[in-house]
Design a protein around this ligand. Structure first.
Ligand code: GUN
Length: 284
């Protein structure tokens, strides 16, 4: 192995220790940061994610409110819950776990969350703030990737970053964050004609497609930084990312593993956003 690992668990521990200290300082001023998590239905993956988010709140000393609703909850009822939480002074962040049942318009629900409590960073106001460089909440997964680059002291100015994937949650905000640090950014997607020709030019590659082996060793410039956002299962049912880790680690300079890479950083940045909402630092 030539690549150095970027350990998301170790970095998360460091960042969460800082969050805990700041939570303690806020509590001394009678403010306890509070996160409301709404789960509708019984999606097994969502139940695990939600449990981990609530546990992270407990570990960092924050208040959490978990609302579980049956899949039959109506859109109007969910909007009414979001409205109540918008007005609840003990709650600084509101997260509606996705996906939602098909009869509920997820975008409508996201837009109902107050941008001041949009700790997922999914509201149009948050997206617009990121695009224009104004204060606002950043989506947690790409924000975590930026923290990983910061942790290795990586200077993005003038570097070529290639983002594979164009989702609203990861790919697009990732590209904007890299651009804000003066990288030259290319966004690749399913319609990209020669992905390998582009990734071979990249100093930084972020793989965020949701498909195994999107990035293989022959596609990576020696020494490049590779961040793997994917969460897939291989044929043996083991968790794996979008990157062929065993091959790419022989070529890359830095690489994030799956599990233990970007995954833990997502929840850590949710804690940071919720804390900073309570501190009054980040609201759009
Ligand atoms: N479902 C999968 N990931 C996420 C996330 O980061 N936030 C929300 N709200 N739902 C998700």
């Amino acid at each position: 192995m030539t690549a150095q690992l970027i350990d998301g668990n170790a970095l998360s521990r460091q960042l969460r220790a800082d969050v805990s200290a700041r939570v303690t300082a806020l509590k001394a001023r009678d403010i306890t940061p509070g996160l409301a998590v709404i789960l509708v239905g019984e999606n097994p993956a969502s139940q695990v994610y939600v449990r981990n988010k609530v546990k992270a709140c407990e570990d960092t000393g924050m208040h959490s409110l978990l609302e579980r609703w049956p899949a039959t909850l109506s859109e109007a009822e969910l909007l009414a819950r979001v409205d109540a939480l918008n007005r609840d002074a003990t709650i600084h962040g509101i997260l509606v776990q996705l996906p939602l049942p098909a009869h509920i318009d997820a975008q409508k629900v996201i837009e109902a969350i107050s941008p001041a409590k949009d700790v997922d960073g999914f509201h149009i106001a948050s997206a617009g703030a990121l695009m224009t460089g104004m204060p606002g909440f950043w989506p947690c997964t790409p924000y975590g990737c930026m923290k990983m680059l910061e942790s290795i002291g990586y200077e993005l100015k003038g570097k070529h970053a290639v983002v594979i994937g164009r989702s609203n949650i990861v790919g697009k905000p990732m590209a904007l964050m890299l651009l804000q640090q003066n990288a030259t950014v290319t966004i690749c997607h399913s319609g990209t004609q020669d992905l390998k020709a582009l990734t071979l030019q990249a100093d930084v590659i972020v793989a965020a497609v949701g498909k195994r082996n999107v990035l293989t060793a022959d596609m990576v410039k020696p020494g490049a930084v590779v961040l793997d956002v994917g969460m897939n299962r291989n044929d043996e049912g083991k968790l794996c990312g979008d990157v062929d880790f065993d091959g790419v680690k022989e070529v890359a300079g830095w690489i994030t593993p799956v599990p233990g890479g970007v995954g833990p950083m997502t929840i850590t940045m949710l804690m940071v956003n919720t804390l900073e909402s309570a501190e009054g630092l980040r609201a759009a």
